[in-house]
Design a protein around this ligand. Structure first.
Ligand SMILES: [Zn+2]
Length: 537
């Protein structure tokens, strides 16, 4: 009895330390020191204090440990630069359809081998240190010291904001929430009044087809990271958009935005609502006598892609059959992906048998989507996989363009990716994650080729260097119609691109908006407050 009483007294006088929870705080402080996460000192200190509160009851202690684990996870997420949990949970049903191997690949991007080794090393050091010194006291001091340092030096992610304030914008108030909200409001109200005028049916020149190559997961940054920028495909175009913003980082909204290219950029919240037919590119083309076709190299089941495209994009036609085309990849959910060259050549062969003078086709490919596996080849992952799949796709597109040039038909081919792959990743999103429409994901390589058996470009390749988005593309198509390009033997790429509308980079997904103000990026997750978007890793 006596010894029991003594133990109880000891517990009260000298409370147990944080134990292995010390490791949690040590690791977080180390990650903060490297700029990989933020550190909310007050919340962390409160959490540590709760762990230290003396509890005598054994079951109470166990219960505290159980409750502490999810709290620690939420706190770690709160300290990280990752998207809000509500957004991550909203994607959970899609996550369940992923193949096991893809889930493992995603997890390995969250936690690198280097990080695991460092964690083991810290655990070993802690184990031996804890025998001789009271680590808890040191950790508590470190939490307070880190807290003080967060007050004096802004964390890496907010560094850009102070730079913006000092260098780029004259008034420090210009990056205030109110100013950025005003900027966004005025952007959308100006966009509402913009519309591309297409020529009337009776002034049309020689007929030509339009093929939109909608590539999922192809961004300028992905091409650079995979070392594919010198691929011959990119030398084949007449007009190249250097600063094209996809305005979203998901496939569904990307297709709707492309299909509404004849009007200014719409707010994300309006994309699934009613739309003025004048804003619908395919409606406008239909008025000019165009037949509409849809070609997919996948089943369109994931995220109801096919259903949504048919419902909202103005092309309700059934997709072109993939009969006889080889499947070359399997996607992250196990569905087959068909060979791009095979699909396009089969469609083109069929198109040439049709009576219709004018066809506007949308080809959508998922060959570059994250998590795809190449069939009948040794498995490759990450950048190596992207590089291999990118090379194959670009080879096939280049060969297909050569086939078109050999034919006797007029056609305008537009390379218009949906959005980038986010291959590089950054502090806010791991590689392959596209929840936030970050600048590196929405900057896409858009290019146009004008092909006719008797038609040649009279000048050099024209680069559209101004900030552009889908409306510039619709204006370019209107110019090709207006200038009756295919009635002539030569065309000027510069002349075709002379009056293209500019669009400042504003990108949205459900629940997030990213804008660029004086070359600095800002993100809002609540449509009211803004924080700088750090594109560094
Ligand atoms: Zn996509």
């Amino acid at each position: 009895m006596r010894s029991k009483h003594n133990t109880a007294v000891e517990t009260v006088v000298l409370p147990a330390g944080l134990g292995w929870w010390n490791l949690y705080f040590i690791c977080k402080i180390a990650l903060y020191a490297q700029g990989l996460i933020d550190f909310h000192a007050l919340e962390n200190f409160t959490f540590a204090a709760c762990l230290l509160l003396p509890i005598r009851n054994h079951y109470g202690k166990v219960l505290r440990q159980i409750v502490a684990i999810p709290i620690a996870a939420v706190l770690l997420h709160y300290d990280s630069f990752m998207p809000p949990l509500s957004r991550l949970f909203s994607q959970f049903d899609q996550f369940l359809s992923f193949e096991f191997s893809y889930i493992i690949e995603l997890l390995s991007r969250f936690v690198s081998l280097k990080l695991i080794l460092a964690g083991i090393a810290v655990a070993c050091i802690y184990y031996y240190m804890a025998k001789s010194i009271r680590v808890t006291s040191l950790v508590l001091i470190a939490i307070v010291a880190t807290g003080i340092s967060t007050l004096t030096t802004p964390p890496a992610a907010t560094q850009t904001a102070s730079n913006t304030t000092k260098n780029a914008i004259t008034s420090p108030n210009d990056t205030s929430n109110a100013a950025l909200n005003r900027y966004l409001d005025s952007f959308f109200s100006a966009e509402k009044s913009r519309q591309t005028q297409f020529p009337s049916t009776d002034t049309q020149g020689a007929p030509f087809d339009i093929l939109l190559l909608s590539v999922c997961s192809l961004g300028v940054d992905d091409i650079k990271l995979a070392g594919l920028e010198d691929h011959p495909l990119f030398q084949k175009f007449d007009i190249v958009f250097d600063e094209f913003n996809s305005a979203t980082s998901y496939s569904g909204p990307a297709i709707i935005r492309l299909s509404r290219a004849t009007c200014g950029q719409a707010e994300h919240s309006t994309l699934y609502g009613p739309v003025d037919p004048e804003c619908q590119l395919f409606h406008q083309l239909e008025q000019l006598g165009y037949g509409k076709e849809l070609i997919l190299n996948h089943d369109g089941v994931f995220d109801s892609f096919l259903e949504r495209t048919q419902r909202y994009s103005g092309i309700s036609s059934a997709p072109f059959p993939n009969t006889g085309v080889a499947a070359t990849q399997k996607d992250f959910s196990g569905a087959l992906i068909y060979n791009d060259g095979g699909m396009l050549n089969a469609w083109w062969k069929n198109r040439q048998t049709l009576d219709n003078d004018r066809v506007a086709a949308l080809y959508n490919t998922t060959s570059l989507h994250d998590g795809n596996r190449i069939l009948n080849k040794p498995p490759v992952f990450g950048v190596a996989s992207y590089q291999q799949r990118g090379n194959t796709l670009f080879d096939e597109l280049a060969t297909f363009l050569e086939n078109l040039e050999k034919s006797d038909r007029n056609i305008v081919v537009v390379l218009i990716p949906e959005h980038g792959a986010g291959l590089r990743g950054d502090k806010m999103q791991i590689s392959g994650m596209r929840e936030l429409p970050s600048p590196s994901i929405t900057h896409i390589p858009v290019a146009v080729k004008v092909i006719g058996p008797n038609l040649q470009r009279s000048d050099s390749v024209f680069h559209v260097r101004e900030a552009s988005s889908h409306q510039a593309l619709s204006q370019l198509l209107a110019n090709i119609l207006e200038q009756k390009v295919f009635d002539q033997a030569h065309f000027s790429a510069a002349q075709l691109s002379s009056n293209l509308p500019q669009t400042a980079p504003v990108s949205q997904n459900e629940g997030s908006t990213v804008i660029t103000v004086n070359k600095e990026y800002f993100i809002s997750l609540d449509q009211q407050t803004w924080i700088p978007y750090s594109t560094s890793k």
